[in-house]
Design a protein around this ligand. Structure first.
Ligand code: GLN
Ligand code: ZN
Length: 755
């Protein structure tokens, strides 16, 4: 029986990769230094896994930016605009694809969420002339490195169908036209790596989604071809983030040697898988949650292994994590400040490896590993802990009435009152909330946290930053201002820290995209709001300007989606608890004189289950929670919402049901294409489609923005069009921020003149 995980976090326990990358991008280190840091991290992570008792070590799960981008590079599928010479993708080209080339004004590739997680991958672009050419030297070198360390490498490939189906078709391309050529390149890669390993992990999470008919045929033909080049090396088809559902028969009919199933997200599939599993298949059991931080119930998991053992030989069983541990922080033992009681309920990546090893140990020997006893005690204390249940919160949730989900009047009536009150020009300009989080800002927050900066000094410092941000916006002549969010380390953590029921780690970072990491709060108990959370900052900011100041809140669904959530009550119940606290905060902002309030639901789309048949139920409670949070305010208060993303089609109905007065969305990277969805659905309210991409330091030209706005005007009536960037500006530096916003205003003025 082999123990393994599907992938390990890349950043390092102290986010070494992040620091190395950012230093490199600033031009302060060489490529050699970056590559050497990456090498050390890979080696460290292999050692950690091996020490914990893993038999097969993933290779190729590490990435300098993103594993889909690595796959693009490995397949040579570089979009033409990067003028790649067709040979090895060098470091420069690699990062240009990820972040754009500001020197030459070449935009980055699109990025979107990895299934329903908060990880973002680079979207492959397929045009009719996308080249495919093998470039697997890095993977091969890593495989050899693992062997030199004396371990068994298990190369991890993004499966060809997952790759193809996640790609974006451009210039009239049909993705399936590339199938054959791409498969040939996969074959070449596998031929070369197969000689060095006993198993190849081939990730096809797409099998946990509703597949188009063509995909089913393609799966057969592609895997038959791959089979011809594997020789004695075995292919493990890995599926995760859900159950196989109606793709089960397809998956089990493929000419592979084993299948990995996610028993956390798809616990009910085990029986059917067991009853249909071909005799020669190895079954890899995803028993340890790769996407949450709670300890596994080892006894329950061991019982599942036992059930499997009755049908499958031990040599044909693997125990593992449900998915890659990419979504998990590295090491709980590094948490020195976390309440020890809460801490003993949790397991991070290293501990998850230990859990996997303990499960194997229990299944292959007659002894009960010591971890099982500790585990049992921890689970018992958690279930009985008094902080986990707050009766007042439970009663408030019980007492929610249907009226609490709706504003007083419909949008058409509210907007008249709001227009009269706010007196905004045509095409009002605004920003999404945050402004550059400079080193100074971070330093002040850190010193305050450490206690070296007093509260009054801290408030003064932050007010200084707010004043600066307000002044810039006044100079730029933006219409609806924001305070810039300098006091917020993170849009979710900031609220979590002020709410009861949340706890925090010091080092529980998880990669979001590239070098960006998030440190999700942990929801372990019932939620309530002891005090106002944002009102003082908003009131101060409003005192500096006559223009409307937006009060900025994070929505309940986003707080839920970007936290590690307790698994003892339903997510919808937790979300309702959060919604009530945000509702109270919005009403407090309004009472304090804030006329425009934005409730961000950046994660609404991402929280949606992958399977169609589960989506409606989710959308129902998610939209309800947003409405619960946003409907406490008067008609005259203008309620904005913001959503990151580009795939709105599927949730258009829900977005309209949210009934926000204004919504800002990410749109620039899709060239406003997504507005078609708003048009098709006849979205009734006001919209600010983002006019430039904030993920890249590139400064968009005024002309470019003007044309995007013209494009937007084809589908949105002038009186309902707002102008704003794609998202918050916290990751950007000031010079590019000011230059970009200046161009945004110039473009808007030109448009206003023409109307
Ligand atoms: N208000 C947040 C900000 O500007 C929104 C960020 C987001 O949607 N991701 O930072
Ligand atoms: Zn956003």
């Amino acid at each position: 029986m082999n123990a393994h995980v599907l992938g390990f976090p890349r950043m390092g326990k102290n986010r070494e990769l992040k620091w190395a990358l950012e230093k490199f991008w600033r031009g302060e280190t060489t490529e050699t230094a970056l590559v050497s840091t990456a090498g050390e991290l890979k080696q460290r992570h292999w050692n950690l896994q091996a020490t914990a008792g893993m038999d097969l070590l993933p290779v190729g799960d590490f990435s300098l930016y993103d594993h889909i981008l690595d796959t693009i590079a490995m397949l040579g599928a570089v979009p033409q605009r990067f003028q790649h010479d067709g040979n090895t993708v060098d470091c420069k080209t690699y990062f240009h694809m990820a972040r754009g080339n500001s020197e030459k004004s070449i935009p980055a590739m699109e990025m979107t969420k990895w299934f329903d997680s908060n990880y973002h991958y680079i979207v492959p672009e397929l045009s009719p002339n996308t080249p495919f050419k093998k470039d697997n030297s890095r993977l091969l070198a890593d495989i050899k490195a693992v062997k030199r360390l004396g371990y068994s490498p298990k190369p991890v490939l993004v499966g060809p169908l997952t790759f193809l189906l996640l790609a974006k078709e451009t210039d009239g391309c049909n993705r399936w036209d590339h199938l054959e050529h791409m498969t040939d390149v996969y074959c070449e890669i596998i031929t070369e790596i197969a000689a060095h390993c006993s198993w190849i992990q081939i990730d096809e999470p797409i099998l946990c989604t509703d597949l188009p008919a063509e995909a089913k045929t393609a799966f057969q033909s592609v895997y038959s071809k791959l089979r011809t080049v594997t020789n004695s090396t075995r292919l493990l088809l890995t599926t995760y983030f859900g159950d196989l559902g109606d793709n089960l028969d397809l998956a089990l009919s493929l000419p592979v040697d084993g299948i990995h199933i996610d028993l956390i997200r798809g616990p009910n599939q085990l029986d059917e898988v067991l009853s249909k599993l071909p005799a020669h298949f190895t079954l890899s059991l995803g028993l340890v949650d790769g996407r949450n931080i709670w300890k596994t119930d080892l006894e329950a998991a061991a019982r599942q292994v036992n059930i499997v053992r009755q049908k499958v030989k031990a040599t044909h069983i693997m125990v593992g994590s449900s998915c890659s541990l990419l979504h998990s922080p590295v090491d709980i033992s590094a948490e020195k400040k976390l309440d020890p009681t809460l801490k003993q309920w949790m397991a991070f990546a290293i501990q998850k490896c230990e859990e996997v090893a303990a499960l194997k140990h229990a299944a292959t020997t007659t002894e009960t590993p010591s971890l099982f006893n500790e585990n049992k005690t921890a689970l018992l204390t958690r279930a009985a802990h008094p902080d986990v249940i707050d009766h007042q919160t439970r009663e408030r949730v019980q007492a929610i009435t249907p009226e609490m989900f709706n504003r007083n009047s419909p949008f058409t009536e509210r907007i008249v009152i709001q227009r009269d009150r706010l007196k905004l020009p045509l095409f009002p300009t605004t920003t999404i909330g945050s402004y550059p989080q400079t080193a100074e800002i971070r330093k002040a927050r850190l010193e305050y946290k450490k206690g070296t900066l007093s509260e009054s000094q801290y408030i003064k410092t932050m007010q200084g930053h707010i004043r600066e941000v307000v002044n810039h916006q006044e100079e730029l002549e933006l219409d609806v201002l924001v305070h810039g969010e300098p006091e917020r380390n993170d849009m979710v953590e900031y609220f979590g820290q002020q709410l009861k029921g949340f706890c925090f780690t010091s080092n529980g970072w998880v990669q979001s995209y590239g070098s960006r990491c998030v440190k999700p709060p942990i929801i372990y108990g019932d939620i309530s709001r002891p005090e106002k959370m944002t009102v003082d900052w908003a009131v101060y900011a409003q005192s500096l300007t006559k223009k409307p100041m937006k009060g900025m809140l994070t929505g309940p669904v986003t707080i839920l989606c970007w936290s590690f959530v307790r698994n003892d009550i339903t997510r919808s119940e937790v979300c309702r608890q959060i919604a009530l606290t945000i509702r109270d905060e919005a009403v407090d902002l309004e009472t304090a004189g804030i006329d425009v309030i934005q409730i961000d639901e950046a994660a609404l789309r991402e929280g949606m289950p992958i399977r169609k048949d589960q989506q409606d139920e989710y959308l129902q409670w998610a939209v309800d929670c947003f409405k619960l949070a946003s409907s406490g305010v008067k008609d005259s208060t203008q309620l904005h919402s913001h959503m990151c993303y580009s795939e709105f089609n599927v949730i258009m109905k829900s977005i309209a049901e949210m009934d926000a007065d204004v919504i800002s969305i990410e749109a620039s990277r899709s060239g406003m294409e997504l507005l078609d969805a708003f048009n098709a659905y006849q979205y009734p309210a006001e919209i600010g489609p983002g006019v430039y991409d904030i993920h890249s330091p590139r400064v968009p030209g005024a002309n470019e923005i003007y044309w995007l706005l013209q494009k937007a005007l084809k589908v949105i009536p002038a009186e309902r069009l707002w102008v704003n960037p794609d998202c918050g500006l916290k990751t950007r530096a000031w010079p590019e921020t000011l230059a970009s916003l200046r161009n945004m205003v110039t473009a808007t003025l030109r448009l206003r003149n023409e109307h």
